[in-house]
Design a protein around this ligand. Structure first.
Ligand code: PAF
Length: 287
């Protein structure tokens, strides 16, 4: 595996790759890699000649500085995992490399209501930071395909919108959420849970499964979401939202009437032991 820290070196290398007509898959990450990330690398390898993975803990997407400070850094293990997964290239830039203009910046992306609901409501500015870094990484890597996990559903929709806004031809491939045996969605944040909380966190998955079941049975969805919220509270979580949403033309809106053929998703964010966990499930259709 090649490791590049400078974008100019990586670009030079990738220019050669493109000249030899090889396709490039790209997996952007913030490190603390788990099997969910590695499944993206695998998907990237299957669909492309080479796979580039980036590890960069992006300061501009953390609305809470404490979350940024606590973000796990496990670079030695990450390099080993990527090597074992036969990743071709790792891009490991510094903050100065990615933000020579400084962190303040004045870019703004018109994500519309996609960035004000769900995560956007609780993490103001987060998706502008995601847009800014993904745009920069895409300019450097210029991949054919970009691989992201469905666990960050709203992020996937934001990136899909970003690709439209910047007229990019890059294809976004949304890969299924990898889960622990208990059903808990894999996340770098799971490492910060005690074993007891990690076990209990499977309740989030169970709540989503229940919503899917009830939706399938035509039960009243807003009531189901409220019940799931209360169930999480009873289990010792501090939920921020349990929402059922309709995906229509790349936008998510709260369900208010029977959704017809549109894609319907349930999404959850909940705190336990000071750790914020998110998860979602498609109830109907596809992302
Ligand atoms: O999902 C992540 O790890 C990050 O939000 C991403 C896409 C790498 C941008 O920093």
């Amino acid at each position: 595996m090649y490791l590049f820290k400078r974008s100019s070196d990586l670009k030079k290398h990738l220019d050669q790759v493109r000249k030899s007509n090889k396709s490039i898959g790209f997996v952007p990450t913030m490190g603390a890699l788990h099997d969910g990330h590695l499944s993206l690398v695998q998907a990237g390898k299957k669909e492309n000649d080479i796979v580039v993975c980036s590890i960069f803990v992006n300061p501009t997407q953390f609305n809470d500085p404490k979350d940024f400070e606590k973000y796990p850094i496990t670079i030695e293990q990450d390099i080993k995992k990527l090597n074992d997964a036969s990743t071709d290239i790792l891009f490991l830039p510094s903050v100065e490399e990615m933000y020579p203009e400084g962190l303040a910046g004045n870019t703004h992306y018109e994500f519309g209501d996609l960035e004000t609901i769900l995560e956007g409501k609780f993490r103001p500015g987060h998706f502008q930071g995601v847009g800014r870094i993904v745009h920069k990484l895409l300019d450097i890597v210029q991949p054919h395909k970009l691989f992201m996990g469905q666990k960050d559903l709203q992020q996937c929709l934001i990136v899909r919108r970003l690709l439209e806004l910047i007229n990019s031809k890059v294809e976004l491939v949304v890969c299924p959420t990898e889960r622990e045996p208990s059903g808990l969605a894999m996340s770098s944040r799971n490492e910060r849970l005690t074993p007891a909380a990690r076990k209990k966190a499977a309740v989030i998955y169970q709540a989503l499964e229940k919503l899917k079941h009830e939706f399938g049975n035509g039960l009243y969805f807003l009531e189901s979401a409220r019940e799931a919220f209360e169930e999480l509270q009873r289990e010792g979580f501090e939920p921020e939202y349990v929402d059922i949403l309709v995906l229509e033309n790349g936008h998510l809106h709260h369900i208010s009437e029977p959704p017809g053929d549109h894609t319907v998703v349930a999404a959850v964010a909940a705190w336990i032991e000071g750790v914020r966990l998110i998860d979602n499930m498609v109830l109907q259709g596809r992302i």
